[in-house]
Ligand binder design. Sequence first.
Ligand code: ARG
Length: 586
Amino acid sequence: MAEGAGSVRLELAGIFQSAVKKAFPEESVEMVVTPCDPKFGDYQCPVAMGIFKKMKGKEGAPKNPREVANAIMGNLADSPLIAEASVAGAGFVNVRLSREWLADRLGKMITEGVATWAPPPAKARVLVDFSSPNVAKEMHVGHLRSTIIGDTIARTLEFTGAEVLRINHIGDWGTQFGMLIQHMSESRPEGLGEEGGTEEDVADLQKLYRAAKARFDAEEDFKTRSRQAVRTLQSGDPQYIAAWKRICAASRKQFEAIYERLNVKLVERGESFYNPFLAPLVEELKERGFSEESEGAQCIFVDKIKVPFIVQKSDGGFGYATTDLAALKYRVTEDKADWIIYVTDVGQSQHFQQLFGAAKKMNLLAGSTKVDHVAFGLVLGDDGQKFKTRSGSVVRLVDLLDEAKARCRAAIKERWDERGEEISEEDLEYASCAMGYGAVKYADLKNNRLSNYRFSYDEMLNTKGNTAVYLMYAYARLCGIFRKSGRNVEELISNEKIVLEHEKEFALALQLARFPEAVERTVQELLPNRLCEYLYELSDVVNGFHHECQVIGSEQEASRLLLCQATVMIKRACFELLGLTPLNRI
Ligand code: ARG
């Protein structure tokens, strides 16, 4: 497949690049955009102004940008894509796509699959570090955001053909284990025992955590014993290791239940994994002079940040920073990732700036390795304050998902009852999960991730407006058209073709063809809301089409059904990238 075969924009950019090269051999710009107003054209090449400026004053320079634009247009190769090109305004070259070509392209997508429209991968091997909750603590909405955003980014990268490592960097090696294990050992007369405590000790991790924390904060002696316990654990004492494993296993069970509900795949590789690398790393840093001593601690200072990046505390211990640096090194040298993406709340921005700065110092990011911190804002409650339960405690993710699901269940049931139809328990369960969890995900993804957003069930479950519920109903309605038409889709696909005559048919086809561009943008900016915007806009364009173009019983029925089929496929692809489960019938 030709480079950029997935994206009309990239294909046009290639054509324009050749034209620019022919007209101005010194220039090699490629840029094609969507014009701000569709009346100008379907695509636009805006490079003439820049070329004019660069050539100004040189011999034989063009007199104005329009002259540059005309020269580019005059050198456009004959291409089946372009129905018409024209120069407008200060020097834009506008293009109208050929309707036959576009119809043909949609037809091919229907038979060959949406995957053939995937834009080429930006990087071959990408590691996405996301979700990453902390063991023994409850996963909170911040981790939910990381899970949802990270999953969509991973899915989108996978769609472009990149190999993606989905890494769950869980906090399984912190100082919290000292107090947890110490508390476990003291609350039973026989101590930890070989088994490292019992199932019962870890059955309610939050209770264990709260009890241990209360003592840690109140009892000076306990604090000291807890600190000693961390060292005992880190020295590999079998009883302590057994207790630690018990706690991790209990946490893992809880995390996995959430991932299962959300249909998110992750590979667990927690902080403890890097433990053996920490001491040698710090030795290396000292030896090579990358770190320096400051107030007894080993620190790395990076440009523009006064606060040190502490790789070894004054008591000799290693922390979050050391682990992240060891992890980054491992990811570059062992995982051979050429793009590493971290998805955490914006509060950790400075940590990542320091981490990336330290890695640069160490020459870890030489070559083409890219690193990005995908930061996100807070989830707020109805009152505009940090999201909490009525009693003021953190909202448990399980409760939140349960509530969304329960509300959807009631709404779906009511709908079926109103229609006088019976829905099976199995279908109802499936649909309420799909819609409930989908609503939670979409309400998060549709916002620019950097902004804080308000969590509101009423809003996210609204059947009108920009919600998953609205989008899912619209999708199901579209699927319903085939059922009502009584036509066989496979037969249509092999015997009929799309003809784009009506302006709304063309508008829909064009919006469908822009799908790869939405994927490109999402990957480039690492902003899932770009995909949501695309999908929501598509729904709008589909409404416009339905408003003016009758499908069933019309003369164009076959062609229009195929256009609906292409729409179903693109919508489904969007749902998949956003981690939503589409329903054919609700
Ligand atoms: N466990 C951390 C937290 O809950 C997030 C870890 C993110 N990943 C990383 N490599 N630092 O805040």
